[in-house]
Design a protein around this ligand. Structure first.
Ligand code: FES
Length: 155
């Protein structure tokens, strides 16, 4: 007669205990995945972007484009400019608004000042290729800069 202390665990019982956790985990992953915004880049493709990621970083990391960002995402240079095809956010940082106005730019947005929170479609218009620069620019932090971030609306 086997010793009760060393009996092998019942496989069916183990499955009954583990399965609900696996289902919960899969549901959570599925929900997380479904709310990731879709970034469409004209001529390149569609990409799922972690919610809240800076557009400039998504263009560099998820899209693997050579989008410029000379000032490192600090709203000083405008090389991160993109044109929106659709899904342009109506809110913008005060830093973006002031820089675009100071440079007399319209019809473009600064990728370093935009967070990917909704589906959007953009056209890359400021690339390393053909720019004469040696690289795309300093790395942009994960958080918006400059801090503190103040928000306003586009119009
Ligand atoms: S303004 Fe320089 S990287 Fe955006």
């Amino acid at each position: 007669m086997p010793n009760a202390k060393f009996q092998r665990p019942d496989a069916k019982l183990l499955l009954r205990l583990i399965l609900p956790f696996e289902i919960l985990l899969l549901e959570k992953l599925s929900k997380t995945r479904s709310i990731m915004p879709k970034l469409t880049v004209e001529g390149i493709g569609e990409f799922e972007i972690p919610t809240g990621k800076r557009l400039v970083n998504a263009l560099r990391q998820e899209v693997s484009s050579d989008q410029l960002h000379a000032c490192g995402g600090n709203a000083r240079c405008t090389t991160c400019r993109v044109e929106f095809v659709s899904g342009e956010p109506s809110k913008m940082t005060v830093a973006e608004k002031q820089l675009l106005e100071a440079r007399g730019l319209s019809g473009v947005r600064l990728g370093c000042q935009i967070l990917c929170q909704e589906d959007m479609s953009v056209r890359i218009i400021s690339r390393l290729e053909g720019s004469g620069r040696k690289d795309c620019g300093s790395a942009c932090s994960e958080e918006l800069a400059p801090q503190p971030v103040e928000w306003t609306t586009k119009s």
